[in-house]
Design a binder for this molecule. Structure first.
Ligand code: F6R
Length: 239
């Protein structure tokens, strides 16, 4: 794992955003795996701004996202699809036909098989962006007794519900989601993980220095050959 520590999330956004812009300019038809949540927003802002300024084009890029809530309409304001449209897609020239998303309302097994096939048909994910949960989750792979493989339907833990329910002001937060599995994430050619804030410090320490265990799903990243971890000083404070 390569670890870089920055003063704040804005600096991370600029660094990661530039990395994406350079990568897409060199590989215009690349396949990018995206994440939702607060951590990637400054990176998405940088990419969107670069696109608006004509410094990069996403029109030939294909994308897959990590996860989606179950039992929520795709166009609900809290769906992860809406999040990506608002924070990135609508601000760029991306071709929405090249945007693939897990369907939280489909049969989980069929959806898992469809997603695996779609990713393989594109030649795999070139760069997968990740955040990390306070409990060490990646995507919605919560601490458990075994590492998962392909996408699957997960019951969210209380830690995740506590962290994300602040975004749900009209309806109760869904209790389940469909998520890319650990295997699908690990098959990405490169992984960039962003973590900011003190609440992530313990999970970051366990991910980097702890035992590789499904109780800390992010710890599996120690076994991937190309992982870049971008931290602010608070998230890096226990290293
Ligand atoms: C989001 C996702 C989650 C988040 C994680 C961190 O697609 O898969 O694993 O990356 O919960 O969320 P933030 O960035 O909001 O702290």
């Amino acid at each position: 794992m390569e670890i870089k520590v920055f003063n704040n999330e804005a600096e991370i956004g600029e660094f990661a955003g530039k990395l994406y812009v350079d990568y897409v300019n060199a590989n215009p038809d690349c396949v990018l795996g995206f994440a939702t949540g607060a951590s990637p927003v400054p990176t998405y802002d940088y990419i969107a701004k670069s696109c608006a300024e004509g410094l990069v084009s996403l029109k030939n890029v294909s994308t897959f996202n990590l996860d989606e809530y179950c039992d929520l309409p795709k166009d609900h304001k809290n769906s992860y699809f809406t999040f990506m449209c608002e924070n990135l897609f609508s601000k760029t020239d991306i071709n929405m036909a090249n945007v693939d998303f897990l369907d939280g309302n489909a049969d989980p097994d069929e959806e898992s098989a469809r997603y695996a096939k779609a990713i393989a048909a594109k030649g795999g994910i070139d760069i997968q962006l990740l955040g990390i949960g306070r409990n060490g989750h990646i995507a919605f792979n919560e601490p458990s007794d075994e590492f998962t493989d392909e996408a699957w339907k997960v019951t969210l833990t209380q830690s995740t519900i506590d962290a994300n329910s602040i975004y749900f002001d009209d309806i109760p937060m869904p209790r389940s989601a469909i998520t890319m599995g650990i295997g699908s994430i690990m098959r990405s050619k490169k992984i960039i993980l962003i973590a900011t804030g003190e609440s992530k410090a313990d999970a970051v320490k366990k991910m980097i220095k702890g035992e590789v265990t499904p109780q800390v799903p992010a710890s599996i990243l120690q076994q991937h050959s190309d992982v870049l971890v971008l931290l602010d000083t608070a998230a890096a404070s226990l290293l």
